[in-house]
Structures are given as C-alpha cells and as structure tokens.
Design a protein around this ligand. Structure first.
Ligand code: PLP
Length: 471
C-alpha cells in the first residue's frame, strides 16, 4: 500500500467507522456466533501474495462483523462498559501513524511529557491528592490495564516492605501478607500470585450488608497475622467493586494502614471517573491515605481500551521495584536525572503513545462535556433503580451508588438465569450477572456514551415483558 492508496483507504475506513458507530444500535448487541464459527471462515494458510484493501474489507463485513459484540451499542449494559469516542479513535489513529515507542524520554520526548501533563490534568479533574502530581513526590503513569497497575502497586509495596531485598532475594518462604475484601476484583489475587506473594497470603476481608469492606475485620485479620509472626504489607481497597459497585470505607481503612505502615492501594477502575463531578467526589473520601490509586479512562472516560491511569504517592518505591538499567539503554537525558523514563514505572519495557487519545478526549469534550456523560448515566441509573423498587416482580439486590443496578426477579435463580439468557439471545440488549448473598443477581451497567433514557426504558420494558412470558 503506498501513501496515495493509504490516503484513499484511510478516508474509506473512517467513513466505515462513522457509519458503524452511527448505526451500532441496529446490531444484536451480543455476537450470536458459536465457538469456532469465525475461524471456520478464514483460510487455513496466509496469502502468499498481497490482497486488495477491498478484499480485506469484504471479509471484515462477512466474517469479522458477525463475531463482534457491540460494546459501543447504547444497549450494552453488561460487565462494566468500555467506551470509545470519536476524538479517542482519532488520537489512537495518530498514535499508530506516528508509530513511536516511548520507553524512554529520549525515544520520543513528547510521548513522555504529554503523558506527565495529562496525568497531572487528571489529578486536577478528579481532585485527587496533590501528592499524585508529578511536581510532588509521586506522579501518574498510563498502564495498559488496572490489573497491571495493581501489580505495579503490589511490587512497589513489596519493595518498600523489604527495603529492596525482595528484588534480589525473592519472596519465597517470606512472611508478607496482603488484604483485600471478598468483593475485590480477581486481578488482585492474580497480581499477588504474580508478585510471588502467593494466594495463600492474601486475606479476604469480610464485607458488610452494603458489600463494602469491614475495617474491624481488617484489623482482626492483621492482628492474627502479626501474632503468628507474619507481616501485613499491602491492602487493596475498592471504590466501585465489580460485582455491585460497592465503595469500601477508604478513610477508615487508610487510617489502619497508616498506623501500621502498610501500603494502601485503591482500585477505582470503573467508578473513579465519577469524581469528575464535585457532587460525586465523596467516593474518594480518605484517598489522601492512599499510596497508590488506579482508575480506567478506558471504561467510563470515553477513551478507548487500553488506557489505565495509575498514580503513586512516592515514585521512588515504584521505580526502585521496576528499574533496571542495561548498558544499551543508557543515555544522557536519563543520566541527567532531568527526565522521566516511564519504562521504570511499568513491567514492560516498550510503551505505546496512549496519552494522545486521552489528551484528544479531554480537549474535545472539556471537563464539562465529560461531566455531562457521567451525570446522565448516574441519573438514568437512579431512574432504573426506582422502577425496580416500584415493581412487584423485581427487587434491588444492593445499594446503587453510581451507575450499576444489581437486581433480581423474585422468582429465584432459575427464573433469573432464563430471563437473562432470553434477553441476551434476543440481541436487543446485553446484561450480565453476579452472585450476591448467594443468589444469582442481574447487573445493569449504564455507562455507554450513547445510552439515553429511551434505551434504558426499552431495556426495562424488555425485562418485564420477557419475565411475564416466562411464567
Ligand atoms: N478492578 C475493578 C474494580 C474492575 O471492575 C475491573 C474490571 O472490570 C478491573 C479491576 C480490571 O480491569 P482491567 O481490565 O483494566 O485490568
């Protein structure tokens, strides 16, 4: 493909994407293909000669599109949303066009400096603690996912707890213990495994009737561990759990961690974006105690996957855990100490220019444009929760702090399972489930950029009509 062909096909592809997003509502939300169906239509061997762009796009339409679940549909209410937006797509395109690899400041200064700048903007936009600013002791870095960001938090905590010894000697047979609530995301356990702490040394702290961590249980578990000669080193509190969007009491947990010298990490993967709105900033009460914090602009802040914003209070612990300097990466700028090399803030060496798409989004929407999206979703969520509460057939299964409704049909697990399967098979909407109080619970996540009242109303109508048809 030469530059002229690229130009032509690029325009065609942008047209294709715009048409797709304008009409995304028309597709069945969840892909209806069966396992193996997509591959069965692909040739076994790669083409030996180059093919035309038209031929490739024909197969996108015929083979790929049926296998797409339409995350950008306004009727997508499953999991937690993963949003894109037009400015974000353009930022991603520009990043691909520039094709830089920003492992060091020296390998593309703008990649590093824009990232530092937008991360400082996020501190301002969400009113995060000043210590997370690059001009303070800490700073922010864009990671691929919250899972990786939390891994970096565990590694930095491990580094601090062992004064660096874990990096050289490892942690096998160690005494370090970590804590998170029974409702925390599974990535925390995975991170604890990957960091060599071992799942057996991760305690699941009890939750209250709101599914939020009980600080008194945290204290009890820590005391038991200390009495047994073990060392609490890491606590992960969640602001917006995956199951029910429960908000752990970060201030109480933080005070416990501060008193005992334990690293506090706060995982606000989905919910963090809500702090754009001053009236929702209560979700971050106590965040001044946090040693690290993560939220995902790739969920609710209209920046397409992947873009996870990770902040630390003390960058020295993070860099201590992750920095290794082979001779081939040595350069004057790094040695001058005047620049940030983000390779030292992450597990990987190489890094994409992700800050571009976030910068495009923040500039194109402005803070007020992003706030409008959050407020619309939170308002619609409250409305939907009200309909559930007023219904004879359905009940709420958890409090509704932001943009997730956990609810169930009163008919029991089997009815809820059949209801969800039937709704998802209809293609009209897509929702997923969790288990709360050992009961199958439906989750309706209202966080897609295009979701308006009519979509939520249609979802409720589909639910009530389908539920009646089941009995
Ligand atoms: N933490 C929480 C609370 C989540 O809800 C999720 C995903 O939904 C994650 C972590 C994992 O996010 P990621 O896919 O960015 O690793």
């Amino acid at each position: 493909m030469n530059a002229e062909e690229f130009r032509r096909h690029g325009y065609e592809l942008v047209d294709w994407i715009a048409r797709y997003l304008e009409g995304v509502e028309q597709y069945p939300v969840r892909s209806q293909v069966s396992p193996g169906e997509v591959r069965s239509k692909l040739p076994l061997v790669p083409p030996s000669e180059g093919e035309s762009f038209e031929a490739i796009m024909r197969d996108v339409d015929a083979i790929i599109m049926p296998g797409i679940t339409h995350w950008q549909s306004p009727n997508f209410f499953a999991y937690f949303n993963g949003n894109n937006s037009y400015p974000s797509i353009l930022g991603e395109l520009l990043s691909a066009g520039l094709g830089v690899q920003g492992m060091l400041w020296a390998t593309s200064p703008a990649c590093t400096e824009l990232e530092t700048h937008v991360m400082d903007w996020l501190v301002e936009m969400l009113a995060l603690p000043d210590a997370f600013r690059s001009t303070s002791t800490g700073g922010g870095v864009i990671q691929d996912t919250a899972s990786t960001a939390s891994l970096c938090a565990v590694l930095a905590a491990r580094e601090r707890a062992t004064a660096g010894a874990s990096n050289t000697e490892g942690v096998v047979g160690g005494t370090l213990v970590a804590y998170t609530s029974s409702q925390a995301h599974s990535s925390i356990e995975k991170d604890i495994r990957v960091a060599g702490i071992g799942s057996a040394n991760l305690r699941a702290v009890d939750v209250d009737e709101m599914f939020a961590m009980r600080p008194e249980d945290l204290v009890k578990l820590m005391d038991e561990d200390i009495a047994a000669g073990r060392r609490p080193f890491f606590v992960c509190a969640t602001v917006g759990t995956t199951s029910s969007e429960a908000i752990d009491p970060v201030a109480a947990i933080g005070a416990i961690c501060r008193e005992r010298g334990v690293w506090l990490h706060v995982d606000a993967a989905m919910a963090g974006t809500a702090a754009l709105c001053p009236e929702l900033r209560w979700i971050h009460d106590g965040l001044e105690y946090a040693d690290s914090y993560v939220f995902n602009p790739h969920k609710w802040m209209l920046t397409n996957f992947d873009c996870s914003a990770f902040f630390v209070r003390d960058r020295a612990a993070l860099i201590g855990a992750l920095s290794i300097m082979p001779d081939y990466l040595r350069n004057q700028a790094s040695e001058s100490g005047a620049v940030i090399d983000y390779r030292d803030w992450q597990v990987q060496l190489g890094r994409r220019f992700r800050a571009l798409k976030l910068w495009f989004v923040i500039r194109a929407y402005g803070v007020s444009g992003l706030q409008e999206v959050v407020r619309r979703h939170v308002g619609l969520t409250k409305e939907f929760a009200g309909w559930v509460e007023a219904s004879d057939d359905f009940e709420l299964a958890a409090p509704v702090p932001l943009n997730l409704v956990c609810f169930r049909h009163r008919g029991g697990d089997e009815v809820n399972q059949r209801l969800m399967d039937k709704l998802n098979a209809s293609g009209r909407l897509y929702l997923t489930h969790t288990r709360l109080d050992d009961k199958l619970t439906l989750r309706l996540s209202i966080g897609q950029r295009g979701t308006e009242r009519r979509h939520v109303e249609a979802a409720w109508e589909a639910m009530t009509a389908t539920a009646s048809s089941l009995s």
